[in-house]
Design a protein around this ligand. Structure first.
Ligand code: ZN
Length: 203
């Protein structure tokens, strides 16, 4: 399986990092070794100096598809959860300034935390999913899926022009504003609507 991530998909977040609003979705990948499940702790890598959380809706692909029409894209989503796209912001800044790929700063082991999965029909409002994340009990990110620049159907259609989507692939759909750093001892708790999706510690 593969993990496909969308960058700069919320206008307010693009602005907080001084990035332009993109014309097309900005895409990067993470390997399966990035995944953390079951509320296991996130261990800060020794080389990290500024580790940021990015809270994101994560969509699981339920069937194989290529060149998917936007009209049918919703049928390819089988489940949804909340995740953290951990980003080493200092290293990312260095790589960006040199025009180099971001993978070392975004695709390292443990950089893709995922919560428990929900069926779309178990949500109160699947068309406009509300989600938030608490750091040490205080809400630091809160948004709705309708604020995405590129909706999931557009992302699925766009990505499938380049990559065959396979059952079990995950799509991290981008973070809203409010990103910030974590330190050892922090606890991150994520919610979709009123459901707790993950709760884990930084070690
Ligand atoms: Zn992200």
């Amino acid at each position: 399986m593969k993990i496909i991530c969308i960058a700069r998909n919320y206008a307010a977040h693009a602005k907080e990092l001084n990035n332009a609003i993109p014309e097309n979705p900005v895409i990067f990948l993470k390997p399966d070794t990035a995944i953390i499940i079951n509320n296991r702790p996130f261990f800060l890598p020794e080389w990290s100096t500024k580790m940021d959380y990015e809270t994101e809706l994560v969509f699981k692909i339920g069937k194989v598809g290529k060149y998917i029409d936007e009209k049918f894209a919703a049928e390819y989503i089988s489940e949804v959860t909340l995740g953290i796209d951990f980003t080493e912001r200092a290293l990312q800044g260095e790589l960006k300034s040199k025009g180099l790929p971001w993978e070392l700063s975004k695709s390292f082991d443990g950089s893709a935390v995922i919560g428990k999965f929900l069926k779309p029909d178990s949500l109160k409002n699947y068309k406009n999913i509300e989600f938030r994340m608490e750091k040490n009990g205080e809400t630091v990110q809160h948004a709705h899926s309708s604020e995405m620049i590129f909706p999931m159907t557009k992302i699925i259609s766009f990505v499938s022009q380049y990559f065959t989507l396979k059952t079990g692939d995950l799509i991290f759909s981008g973070t809203p504003q409010g990103v910030g750093s974590v330190s050892i001892g922090d606890r991150l708790t994520g919610f979709i609507e009123d459901k707790e999706m993950f709760a884990f510690n930084i070690k």
